[in-house]
Design a protein around this ligand. Structure first.
Ligand SMILES: NC(=O)c1ccc[n+]([C@@H]2O[C@H](COP(=O)([O-])OP(=O)(O)OC[C@H]3O[C@@H](n4cnc5c(N)ncnc54)[C@H](O)[C@@H]3O)[C@@H](O)[C@H]2O)c1
Length: 400
């Protein structure tokens, strides 16, 4: 018999809430979205009408005895406050990344959830998509031989060259919104999915000094740009399994299309993994004996390209919805709901999220002390999804 659906309340009805609500209301029978809220009521009103759910206040969500999971899609500055209030109200929480603005606050939330026996999950969940599940299978099945090193690079120009991202997403200038926070988690979660936890970190991390707007087309050209969160981290990672890695996150660069990704070097091959901010491919392999990269077939589903996962009767509403729905965020919430019902660990765990923010914290600590940083968080490598997962995602979360 199908388990009882888990009722969900979403807080923070901004841009990405569309994707979450679209996926949570249409693709996962284990989730039953009751309502949404926002400090700007027009936003929650719009989403409630779009998805036929209740417009609520935060307090109504906290007080609703039926709601088990609060999905926190507020901007980073509000993550800590909203997650803490939800946990104190006895709710499980799935938060957008990162858990909080500082490692200390994230640890406090982690401890609070533990002490209350509640689940705390956190984005990104992109590593559950077809692209990174395929990469993982290829590595686990020995296609690169013994993996030796992994290299992750994300360089964007959040305040510069061409795309001035903070005009679109103002929180990227805010504490907890700069690129190590906004994008670092995708790369860290993807690498921990491939290789398990990091043991030690060495490197650098800081906020660039003398910041000004460099873009001559921006109205604030040459004006000061006040920032206090780290804008660049450059770290070496020693994974517990013996693999070495590097991670570069920089929001001072030119915003080009092909300067982000993860590459794995092994004794017998090189694997070029897809952008970890997506659910699909391409996955490219240069294997033993070959002299050119081969685009590998995806061994798993949930690439973001299929339309077949929609519930019967569910329809895309308009062009905007199609754009946002191409992203499949929300699978992590569904996995957490199944984990709650079946009493198992969820894949987007609090430990993994704490690990991600600790790596950003470690970069700054290494910079400050000049020493190697020993990680204190040790998440389990998330369970792989079964291969051949090309149908309904619900079928694969729990194989027992
Ligand atoms: N926009 C994207 O492409 C994208 C993609 C993936 C993940 N994310 C992540 O999702 C989160 C939200 O991003 P977004 O782009 O949707 O931001 P947004 O600013 O569009 O939306 C955030 C919403 O949260 C609301 N809010 C803030 N504090 C609140 C509080 N205390 N109570 C209730 N509502 C509150 C704001 O009013 C706003 O409507 C961020 O952590 C971001 O990193 C965004």
């Amino acid at each position: 018999m199908a388990p009882k659906a888990v009722k969900v309340g979403l807080i923070g009805s901004g841009a990405i809430s569309y994707t979450y609500l679209d996926n949570m209301t249409k693709r996962f029978d284990i989730l039953d979205v009751v309502g949404c809220s926002d400090i700007i009521p027009e936003r929650s009103e719009k989403r409630s009408k779009q998805f036929n759910i209740r417009q609520m206040t935060n307090d109504e969500i906290f007080a609703d005895p039926e709601i088990e999971i609060v999905v926190n899609t507020t901007y980073p500055r509000s993550h800590y406050k909203v997650t803490k209030a939800a946990l104190e109200a006895g709710k499980h929480v799935f938060s957008e990344k990162m858990l909080a603005v500082t490692f200390e606050e994230a640890k406090e939330l982690y401890d609070l959830a533990k002490s209350k026996g509640l689940r705390l999950g956190c984005a990104p969940d992109t590593f559950l998509g077809a692209g990174y599940q395929t990469c993982r299978k290829l590595i686990d099945d020995g296609f690169v031989g013994i993996p030796l090193t992994v290299h992750a690079v994300i360089v964007r120009g959040y305040h510069d060259n061409g795309k001035v991202v903070h005009d679109i997403k103002p929180f990227v200038l805010d504490d907890g919104g700069t690129i190590p926070f906004d994008m670092g988690g995708y790369y860290i979660h993807a690498m921990v999915n491939l290789f398990g936890p990091v043991k030690r970190v060495a490197g650098f991390g800081r906020t660039h000094e003398n910041k000004i707007y460099h873009n001559p087309f921006h109205p604030n050209y040459k004006q000061p740009l006040p920032l206090s969160s780290p804008t660049i981290i450059q770290v070496s990672l020693e994974f517990e399994c013996g693999v070495y890695g590097t991670l570069t996150c920089c929001d001072e660069g030119f915003f080009g299309p092909d300067i982000q990704g993860i590459t794995v070097y092994g004794t017998n091959g090189i694997l070029v993994c897809p952008d970890p901010n997506t659910f699909g491919g391409p996955v490219k392999l240069l294997a033993n004996g070959g002299n050119e990269y081969v685009t590998m077939p995806l061994t798993h589903g949930y690439s973001g390209e299929e339309r077949s996962f929609m519930r019967p009767g569910a329809q895309q509403q308009d062009f905007e919805s199609m754009m946002w729905a191409a992203s499949r965020r929300g699978i992590g919430v569904a996995d957490m709901a199944w984990a709650i019902r079946n009493g198992r660990a969820q894949r987007c765990s609090a430990e993994l999220a704490l690990h991600a923010i600790e790596i950003v914290h470690a970069a700054v600590e290494c910079d400050r002390t000049g020493k190697v940083y020993e990680m204190t968080s040790r998440p389990a490598r998330p369970e792989a999804l079964p291969s051949g997962f090309i149908g309904c995602p619900e079928a694969v979360f729990d194989t027992n």
